[in-house]
Design a binder for this molecule. Structure first.
Ligand code: DLL
Length: 436
């Protein structure tokens, strides 16, 4: 296989050289962090008063974790390390509590981030000959502008269509013969289900790849998208607190995502104890951004559960690979005492061929007991057959789920288009149990 690189020297650097770069950059980042109200006190308390107090990468562990709440408390500028005049851009994520998290970028920050995205795109086989339809929302959300800049740096033809308006997305794909899409997996599944309504078939399109991310999805969802659209789909991970997309991205091998370790230090911790785990062990991903000037973020607890692969990749890159996101520390459902991750449910239902492209997990309470209902859309022709076939399909889905999550949910079969659809990040879980 032909392996494309953006910056081969750095992407294949020896580990010792990567670690040397990480140490140098960590020191510089700590210097910047010491300028912020958020970090000055907590670093001083940890005995870190200047960058020279960081002598090895092991000293990272002396630094306390940062949480989303720390960033909220710092709103609006407690974590800003430069004068506003040096801020080139602001992104923000809203979350559910009302107080947004705001991230500032200097000119160098935008430039460095763009470079990581160009590297990610080229690593996944994108080239200047591609027509890149960017279906991620532009605005405060980092998904739209982030990839836009990266794709322009690669020299792709960029269509900044942003999210939503499915009809126009499909027409644009056809009219401009888009070859690469950037999109959430749930929205791409929806788009596929609407191709027929627009009178468009795969032969009218020139699609070859999709960069999918910004929300959890299973390997079976990737496979489904690849089969339905006859494309290659690449997982892309990032979060606004750490720049946005471009933290980790799959290369042409499509065997999990390289974390760009000259830009980030990744650790996996036990979410309960905070203990740092070994490669291969699953836990919470903690990230330190080591090339960001305006908003340095140290040891950020992402709440995303994953592991780092101990083995290298066939592409020759030395930057370790992050597994797909296996869940979040805060998305686990407890159903009558049994722990259930939404990702377990998706993994199972997306491999059932009769299941179409959308589903919803619903939880409520009946009397004293929790009730889990999995609602799935199935292909319309199945409703034309015998009722007993539908019953046995339901039974099959319940059995598949029971084998994985150990409890039997109620399963509802729906016609395509009847469950709610999101044009950005999908909301897959509706939990209507009373909060006490
Ligand atoms: O979603 C940044 C992004 C944009 C990533 C476009 C990839 C593509 P936030 O809105 O801050 O930023 O949400 C970050 O989304 O902590 C994960 O829980 C989830 N997430 C992002 N990418 C993936 C992925 C952007 N590939 C939060 N797989 C993260 C699973 C993902 N979850």
């Amino acid at each position: 296989m032909d392996i494309p690189f953006w910056n081969k020297e750095i992407e294949t650097a020896e580990r010792s050289r990567l670690e040397q770069i990480q140490l140098e950059r960590l020191k510089v980042t700590v210097g910047w962090a010491l300028k912020t109200a958020l970090y000055r006190k907590r670093l001083n308390q940890a005995g870190i008063n200047s960058p020279d107090d960081i002598k090895s990468l092991g000293d990272l562990r002396r630094i306390p974790f940062t949480t989303k709440d720390d960033l909220r408390v710092s709103f609006p500028k407690g974590h800003l390390a430069v004068d506003m005049v040096d801020v080139l851009r602001i992104h923000s994520s809203s979350g559910t509590t009302g107080i947004p998290t705001v991230i500032y970028y200097s000119r160098e920050d935008v430039d460095n981030w763009t470079d990581l995205l160009a590297r990610s795109i080229v690593g996944a086989g994108g080239t200047r000959a591609d027509v890149f339809q960017n279906m991620m929302t532009y605005g405060f959300f980092t998904g739209g502008l982030g990839l836009h800049y990266g794709a322009e740096r690669v020299g792709m033809t960029v269509i900044p269509i942003s999210g939503g308006n499915t009809k126009r997305q499909i027409q644009t794909m056809r009219d401009f013969r888009s070859t690469v899409l950037h999109v959430t997996p749930s929205y791409l599944l929806h788009i596929h289900s609407k191709l027929g309504d627009e009178g468009v078939c795969l032969e009218d399109l020139a699609l070859r790849k999709a960069f999918i991310g910004a929300e959890p999805h299973s390997e079976n969802t990737r496979r489904k998208l690849q089969d339905l659209l006859r494309i290659e789909a690449f997982n892309s991970y990032g979060l606004s607190e750490l720049n946005g997309p471009g933290v980790a991205f799959e290369c042409v091998c499509r065997k999990d995502m390289h974390v760009w370790e000259d830009g980030y230090i990744a650790e996996i911790i036990d979410p309960k104890t905070g203990e740092v785990l070994k490669d291969g062990q699953e836990g919470e991903l903690v990230l330190t951004n080591i090339v960001r000037r305006a908003t340095p973020i140290l040891r950020y607890r992402t709440r995303d559960l994953a592991f780092l692969h101990p083995q290298g990749c066939d592409c020759g890159r030395t930057h370790r690979r992050l597994s797909r996101i296996l869940g979040r520390t805060d998305d686990m459902l407890i159903i009558n005492g049994v722990n259930v991750f939404p990702s377990q449910i998706e993994e199972k239902i997306m491999k059932i061929p009769e299941v179409a492209t959308n589903y919803l997990i619903h939880v409520d309470k009946k009397g004293a007991l929790d009730r889990l209902t999995v609602k799935v859309e199935i292909y319309p022709k199945l409703f034309l057959g015998e009722v007993s076939k539908l019953e046995s399909l339901k039974h099959k889905i319940v059995e598949e789920l029971r084998a994985s999550i150990t409890i039997s949910p109620a399963v509802e079969l729906h016609e395509p288009g009847s469950l709610p659809v999101s044009e950005g990040k999908a909301k897959r879980v509706v939990d209507e149990r009373p909060k006490d």
